[in-house]
Design a protein. Sequence first.
Length: 99
Amino acid sequence: MQNFHFETLVRYCVALANEGGGQIILAVTDQLPRRAVGSQTFADLERTKAGLIERLRLRVEAEEVHHLKVAFLSFTFQRVLLGCRSNTKERIGCGVGKI
């Protein structure tokens, strides 16, 4: 299983927020056919959620979902109207305060 870093999660969140919001589910393989493999990434889910909210200034829902004896992590993001930018070196628009 590939290691998934917080900074990678932030970049995906920015991209999803700019494209209408959405959901990221961790614990599924990248290659087809996709398989549920479970996730042990971001063991402290509340800390990860708080970090995303601090960086993105967006509402983020985070939950651990159990299905078929596999733990999935789900992150859901709202849509931004003018372009979202995290407090990183992202090269994406501006207007976080104009949601």
